[in-house]
Design a protein around this ligand. Structure first.
Ligand SMILES: Cc1ncc(C[n+]2csc(CCOP(=O)(O)OP(=O)(O)O)c2C)c(N)n1
Ligand SMILES: [Mg+2]
Length: 564
């Protein structure tokens, strides 16, 4: 993962243009691809990307999918970039919202009308409320201010470099999306000479506050006999997995993860118990969780899906909550950086090791699944069969729907799962897999998607064909919005049944296979995983009311809320 402290190489910067400086800084942070859709307000910048020796522009089909792909890229590589044109590109908002609430460092760059054009206040195409609206021409900025942690208008060469440095620094510091607006007449303006890039000193916690926090942690742990760690997505985003694991190993403390933080550590690890989601999760995991007397919630966001619709039992005697908002131990709040705290935990001078018995999830997996020649495909079999073939190089990208809930029970390797597991935006699966595949070219993305989610962004498979990307797409066709059927059935949950496996023919690339039996699924999966070079679409025919055990558990909880 690229470091957020990368300092620009001053000697290598002989007064670049605003656009060039922005691209070079992104490249310093590890960016090799930028996703987007061009338009006249951003074409100059698109040309600059095309001419950049190290960064490639990846045309997506829409802007929201550019955002999802960049989000997937960011989750794997530490930063992602999407580039849009003005006004009409605002449909990236959904991806920005997802990245904001799920803490993914996503940079959105929008071209804009030129500075002079803005001043004229003429009704130009794509501009929103040009003369009459409350924000004049700046409506897009006002919208994105609510969805990003920092914004920069790059309309002045004297301030542009400083703004670029500050905004990117904040993106990486908070792991949240940011927004740049680049007027088309400013892209090629040179920065003033001599040019001095700004520096941002690394953030460091107050040493006394950190010391006090660690000593209170030590005191609490010394009184506990069964502590547990509940690890969330921020541990992944901030690159703290190894630090947390060293702490767990040093003192023998078992770990559960949230769904959003799934694969924060290798789930085959002997201290890993499973994904905890209150009453929604596997009984074994819940039973173990409920025995703990001291809980460290590390990098976690207590949302409804991660807490099993708020059924998580959080009545331990002692609770420590460390996340990017700060640290709370019992009723004490410490204003220290969460990374500093997590990194320091493994060196706690605690003399004891805990003896909390751990039933590792891995030991519960069936040794071999028999795929029956005549048995009809079910969601349960798909996941059991998939489990047998998963290797560390695979990245599971789940869409929303039963695929997400069933994925929770898969046992996966470190950093090999991504999903819109809190914002829950349908359609993340395919573009997310494309972003992941480009971020990690040596790995293989396996996207698992329902038919509803698939129909939202399926055309992004065109991007896979164009750039020779080869995700495996497992399409769970239960003929409609199954997750909603279980809550409140109606004809609004039915969708048109496409002839899905003809999509490769339309796109001129990829392989489509429809399966209706367990054995057919297994052989299609084996074929897809053994061949690289083009995408595979495996359509799994399912009964309309075929749900995974995990979705049934969720349905019971959510149904109570809706019908209340
Ligand atoms: C963009 C978006 N629109 C609407 C929803 C509401 N929603 C949640 S689940 C769901 C149905 C998903 O259907 P499908 O992808 O076929 O998966 P299934 O539930 O059948 O497993 C819908 C419409 C959503 N999560 N995201
Ligand atoms: Mg469905």
């Amino acid at each position: 993962m690229p470091s957020s402290q990368n300092a620009p190489n001053i000697n290598a910067l002989p007064s670049p243009s605003i656009g060039q400086y922005l691209l070079d800084r992104l490249h310093d942070y590890g960016i090799l691809h930028i996703f987007g859709v061009p338009g006249d307000y951003v074409l100059r910048f698109n040309k600059l990307i095309e001419n950049h020796s190290d960064i490639k522009f990846i045309n997506t089909v829409r802007e929201n999918t550019a955002g999802y792909a960049a989000d997937g890229y960011a989750r794997m590589r530490g930063l992602g970039v999407a580039c849009i044109t003005y006004g009409v590109g605002i449909n990236i908002s959904n991806a920005l919202s997802q990245a904001y609430v799920e803490s993914s460092p996503l940079v959105a760059i929008s071209g804009a009308a030129g500075v002079e054009e803005f001043k004229q206040q003429k009704a130009r195409h794509h501009l929103i409320n040009t003369t009459t609206g409350p924000h004049g021409d700046r409506t897009q900025l006002e919208v994105f201010k609510n969805l990003t942690i920092d914004q920069g208008i790059l309309d002045n060469p004297k301030t542009a470099a400083h703004i670029i440095d500050r905004v990117l620094h904040n993106c990486l510091k908070h792991k949240k999306p940011v927004y740049f607006e680049l007027p088309r007449d400013c892209v090629d303006l040179p920065l003033p000479t001599p040019f001095t890039p700004s520096k941002h000193s690394p953030h460091i916690s107050d040493p006394d506050a950190l010391k006090e926090a660690l000593s209170e942690t030590k005191w609490i742990l010394s009184k506990s006999s069964r502590p547990m760690i509940w690890a969330g997505h921020e541990i992944l985003r901030f690159g703290l997995s190894q630090d947390l694991l060293s702490f767990a190993e040093t003192f023998h403390i078992p770990i559960v993860s949230s769904l959003l933080g799934k694969t924060v550590i290798d789930e085959h690890h002997s201290l890993f118990i499973g994904v905890y989601q209150g009453e929604m999760c596997l009984k074994d995991v819940a039973d173990a969780f409920h025995q703990c007397d001291c809980l460290l919630m590390a990098g976690l966001l207590l949302n409804d899906l991660d807490t099993g619709i708020f059924t998580a039992k959080l009545d331990q005697n002692q609770r420590i909550s460390a996340n990017q908002k700060g640290l709370t131990i019992g009723k004490h709040h410490y204003d220290i950086y969460f990374s500093d705290y997590i990194r320091a935990l493994k060196d706690l001078s605690l003399t004891k090791k805990f003896h909390f018995p751990v039933k590792s999830r891995y030991s519960h997996l069936p040794k071999e699944i028999k795929s029956n020649e005549n048995a009809k495909t079910t969601t349960k079999h798909v996941f059991q069969c998939l489990q047998q073939f998963i290797k560390p190089e695979h990245i599971i990208v789940s869409d929303v729907g039963d695929c997400l809930f069933a994925s929770a029970d898969l046992v996966l390797y470190y950093n090999s799962f991504m999903a819109s597991a809190y914002f829950a935006s349908l359609g993340f699966g395919i573009p997310g897999a494309i972003g992941a595949q480009l971020a990690e070219p040596n790995r293989r993305a396996i996207a698992i998607i329902g038919d509803g989610g698939f129909q939202m962004t399926a055309m992004e498979l065109a991007t896979a064909v164009r750039y020779h990307l080869d995700p495996v797409v497992i399409l769970l066709n239960n003929h409609g919005y199954g997750t909603e059927r279980i809550l409140l059935e109606g004809s609004y949950n039915d969708i048109l049944n496409w002839n899905y496996t003809l999509i490769p023919k339309v796109l001129g690339g990829g392989v489509g296979i429809k399966v209706e039996t367990e054995q057919a699924f297994e052989s299609a999966l084996k074929q897809a995983l053994s061949q690289r070079g083009e995408f595979y679409l495996i359509e799994v025919e399912l009964e309309k009311l075929d749900f995974s055990p995990a979705l049934n558990r969720l349905g019971e909880l959510l149904g109570q809320e809706i019908n209340r």
